[in-house]
Design a protein around this ligand. Structure first.
Ligand SMILES: [Zn+2]
Ligand SMILES: [Zn+2]
Length: 344
């Protein structure tokens, strides 16, 4: 079968490899669509994210081709989403309702864990099908189902926050995750959502996703946001979805006393925060990571019922062979879509 291998920074290659055979408890999925995640794009240009030799691709949809001995959770012919949480189902996190923080998940996550084979390929082998495969509800277009990863991250962050009906929220970064935060926050009952992004196209999409205001994060606009939030001296919850420290500083700046700062994007660079600025405000600083299988179930039902709209998450389809070019085009800003979908 054909696959795209990550060989190191700015180096990907189309290879021919053997089609995997499912062992006991494993499931082979024929990949129909695979999204190019921001993580993949980031890994392409930066050291230390993907291990050389890894086949990327952790957000795909496909059809069950073959099941190994003892598999009962899916059957041949089922349409499934193949998700990142390669959680073990046995550790403390898994047993206490937090499979997304399973300590074994990251190295086992297909397309992310060192040397794993993700879905930039014609077939993908699921090792933990009960945790990794989400059955796609009948009638749901694959183009919508394949968005589960990017939409799930924002959905989880809002559910993890203490945002309540009538509250105010600020969202820094209106890439696909930020858009999902905006839409989820509005669905959760936020009275005002103020979104920030440097890119005009992202701001436009934020408004489409339901943001009440979308600003360029300039000093002047941060002050404008403060005026809009003056009644309670800032926003109840500030979401950082840009993956850079300036966005976190913006969150701290716009958070109301006793409000919540939710960090979603990750930045490998060390950052400085002044506890003397944060402590007297009793800010609640929280982190949010991926999502749970149950949340994908909830999301799929909401998408299918038209309650969670996906129109704002624009997609562009390309053949698997063009994976590297698609990544380069996105880095260079030539392709401005929420997701490029590879079609093996
Ligand atoms: Zn992803
Ligand atoms: Zn676990």
């Amino acid at each position: 079968m054909k696959a795209i291998r990550y060989n190191g920074v700015r180096n990907m290659e189309l290879i021919e490899m053997e089609k995997p055979v499912p062992g006991p408890g494993q499931v082979l999925v024929k990949v129909l669509l695979c999204g190019i995640c921001g993580t993949d794009i980031h890994a392409y240009g930066n050291e230390g994210i993907l291990h050389p030799g890894t086949i990327p691709g952790h957000e795909s949809v496909g059809i069950v081709e073959e099941t190994g001995e003892g598999v009962t959770c899916v059957a041949v012919g089922d349409l499934v989403a193949v998700g990142p949480p390669g959680d073990c189902g046995q550790c403390y996190s898994c047993n206490t309702g937090h499979p997304n923080t399973c300590v074994h998940a990251f190295p086992n996550t297909l397309g992310i864990g060192p040397g794993t084979q993700g879905a930039y390929a014609e077939y993908v082998l699921s090792h933990f099908p009960q945790n990794e495969l989400f059955r796609i509800p009948e009638g749901m277009p694959l183009e919508q189902a394949v968005l589960f990863d990017l939409v799930g991250v924002g959905f989880h962050a809002v559910r993890r926050s203490e945002l309540r009906l009538g509250d105010t929220a600020v969202v820094f970064g209106c890439g696909s995750v930020g858009l999902s935060v905006v839409e989820s926050a509005k669905l959760a009952g936020a009275r005002i959502v103020i979104a920030f992004d440097k890119k005009p196209s992202c701001r436009e999409r934020a408004l489409e996703a339901g943001a009440d205001y979308a600003f360029d994060p300039t000093e002047e606009n941060l002050n404008r946001a403060k005026e809009l939030l003056a009644h309670q001296n800032g926003a109840h919850v500030c979401f950082e979805a840009a993956g850079n420290i300036h966005a976190l500083y913006g969150c701290i700046d716009l958070c109301m006393p006793n409000g919540q700062i939710m960090s979603i994007g990750s930045d490998a660079n060390p950052a400085q925060i002044r506890t003397a600025q944060m402590g007297p405000m009793e800010y609640d600083l929280k982190f949010s990571f991926t999502y749970t299988k149950e949340e994908i179930h909830q999301l799929f039902e909401m998408i299918r019922a038209g309650k969670f709209r996906t129109e704002v998450f624009t997609t562009y389809k390309a053949p698997l062979e063009q994976a590297e070019q698609m990544i380069i085009d996105q880095i260079q800003g030539k392709l401005d879509v929420a997701r490029v979908l590879l079609e093996p």
